[in-house]
Unconditional design. Structure first.
Length: 114
């Protein structure tokens, strides 16, 4: 069994505020929110970073992006707008090595990011 913290959330071994779940994806609120809405969307499959993805995972990653609007609607920010962030590697500040899409919104977001 993976010791990865997000795999443990996907297996319900550690608690999280789950927003959405289906057979291949789970979304839960970030414990250190950077905006009024800050939800993480992850594949249940353990993929460490974008660098380890394969052609076979193209559909999975695409479906996550297509589902993001549904999850944004569940959080009430589909009309106001939102940002999806996928950190990869040291300069991005990636801390958890299980691919996760940050869904951010609920306030006007600055650009460029810091
Ligand atoms: P990143 O820097 O892109 O790797 O983002 C990791 C994110 O995971 C951070 O925003 C953390 O606040 C969040 N995080 C870490 N542990 C947990 C947890 N147990 N439940 C929810 N969010 C978490
Ligand atoms: Zn994992």
């Amino acid at each position: 069994m993976s010791e990865c913290i997000f795999c443990k959330i996907a297996r319900k071994e550690i608690p999280a505020k789950i927003v959405y779940e289906d057979e291949e994806v789970i979304a839960f609120d970030d414990i250190r929110p950077q905006a009024p809405v800050h939800t993480l969307i992850i594949p249940k499959e353990h993929i460490p970073t974008l660098k380890e993805t394969t052609d076979e995972q193209t559909g999975l990653l695409g479906r996550i992006l297509v589902k993001a609007k549904t999850i944004a609607a569940l959080k009430g920010i589909d009309q106001s707008g939102f940002r999806i962030v996928l950190n990869t590697g040291p300069d991005s500040g990636q801390e958890v090595f299980h691919i996760h899409f940050h869904l951010l919104g609920g306030r006007r977001l600055g650009w460029p990011p810091g």
